[in-house]
Design a protein around this ligand. Sequence first.
Ligand SMILES: [Zn+2]
Length: 85
Amino acid sequence: MGKEKTEWTHREQVMMDGVSYEVKAREAMGGFYGAWECVICNDRGESGLESTTAPQAIERAKVSLYAHHILIHRSTDAGELSGGP
Ligand SMILES: [Zn+2]
């Protein structure tokens, strides 16, 4: 745990099957970095790669969040798994 301040400069609410998640992005060295925190299980995820723009970081974090949602929180009813990168 460092003393580094995390200042999220971009935030976006994402609705998935009635659950509202928050995806956020901040500037990192040489790019942008996206992350999300699950409101249901408090798990956290990241966009992984550095992105060149904040919206790109948000999009990448969304992909990661989407995978988490599908894997952990989506009921097993036959829903469409549309979308993707
Ligand atoms: Zn979760």
